[in-house]
Write a protein that binds this ligand. Structure first.
Ligand code: HEC
Ligand code: HEC
Ligand code: HEC
Ligand code: HEC
Length: 218
């Protein structure tokens, strides 16, 4: 073999030597372009589909709704992930038959109600990777924002109609049914005698309510 291992081939018929690699590159190039286009087309579509109901986190809502955010931040629900930590609410846990020294922050039977969008696109995964989705956030009550925040609902079209926004996933106004997704007897803290006065609870636990500037219809 010669130094570079190719040289002897130069002695082949020059036309053939030049043709084969040239044609080969063209085919390879064509295949690569087609595959790239196909991949782009397919992933772009699946992404758009998934993005329809993507959770975006309360930080996105804060940009346009700072007053609701500041008020919500102080509620028990906003901070309801922390009660899963060991030592928190020890007396209440004992009464509910739970171990107060146990760490429930990674317990799959607690997380769905003490975080937002668990197991869903953009939703809570773990306290380490998605701390902004811990607790009951805006989207637990108003629906995943990926489909409406900044698109149907935007600063340059503040007069959008509620039914239009609802079509893209906004939950408004949230009804008692929305609260009942979590406020039900699957919670170890909710017994048979549990009462849920919706009007009273909205005042007590959601956020301060402000008059909107525009009429959106219901
Ligand atoms: C780019 C700005 C923007 C973002 C981001 C945004 N909103 Fe809005 N939102 C608006 C505007 C503008 C209005 C209408 C305000 C008015 O009439 O005073 C509105 C109204 C609303 C309403 C009342 C709807 C109705 O039909 O009456 C709700 C509920 C709401 N937003 C929730 C959210 C939530 C939850 C998020 C985060 C997922 C969010 N918004 C993100 C701009 C935004
Ligand atoms: C079906 C939803 C749901 C599940 C599952 C759930 N919780 Fe809760 N949890 C709630 C709700 C709703 C409340 C508030 C009840 C109320 O006061 O109205 C609550 C309240 C609590 C409180 C506060 C009690 C108090 O009196 O201050 C603690 C602590 C708690 N949960 C821990 C847990 C732990 C630990 C688990 C898992 C073993 C769990 N939760 C599973 C919905 C749930
Ligand atoms: C994603 C689950 C979830 C949804 C949806 C939800 N909640 Fe809660 N809620 C909780 C959990 C968990 C707590 C317990 C927080 C804690 O004590 O740390 C709680 C606590 C509360 C509290 C405080 C309890 C008290 O006695 O002071 C009020 C008030 C409340 N929720 C009202 C509502 C209302 C009204 C709705 C519907 C508009 C609603 N919640 C929807 C999970 C939820
Ligand atoms: C526990 C449920 C719950 C959570 C969490 C929640 N909201 Fe609401 N939100 C409501 C309810 C209930 C209404 C009142 C609907 C009505 O007027 O009947 C409301 C109303 C609104 C409105 C209309 C104007 C107003 O102030 O009443 C906006 C805007 C809004 N929410 C934004 C947000 C944002 C932003 C967050 C998070 C920072 C958030 N909400 C978190 C339940 C919730």
């Amino acid at each position: 073999m010669s130094k570079d291992g190719i040289k002897p081939q130069k002695d082949l018929e020059p036309g053939l030597y030049e043709q084969i690699p040239h044609f080969g590159w063209m085919v390879a190039g064509f295949v690569v372009v087609v595959l790239a286009a196909l991949t782009f087309y397919l992933t772009r579509h699946s992404y758009e589909h998934v993005a329809q109901n993507k959770y975006v986190g309360p930080g996105q809502c804060k940009k346009c709704h700072p007053k609701q955010y500041e008020s919500w931040e102080k509620t028990r629900m906003a901070n309801s992930f922390s009660v899963l930590r060991p030592g928190e609410k020890a007396q209440e846990k004992r009464l509910a038959g739970l171990d107060p020294s146990a760490d429930y922050t990674h317990n799959e039977s607690c997380i769905p109600c003490h975080s937002t969008g668990y197991g869903l696109v953009g939703g809570f995964v773990s306290i380490e990777t998605t701390p902004n989705m811990a607790g009951v956030t805006c989207e637990s009550c108003h629906g995943p924002g990926g489909s409406y925040a900044g698109t149907v609902m935007a600063l340059d079209k503040p007069e959008f109609k509620t039914p239009e926004a609802r079509k893209s996933g906004l939950v408004y106004p949230p009804t008692e049914e929305v609260c009942r997704i979590c406020h039900n007897s699957k919670s170890p803290f909710i017994g048979a005698d549990y009462k849920f006065d919706f009007v009273e609870r909205v005042k007590l636990g959601t956020h301060e309510h402000f008059q909107l500037k525009y009429e959106h219809g219901r």
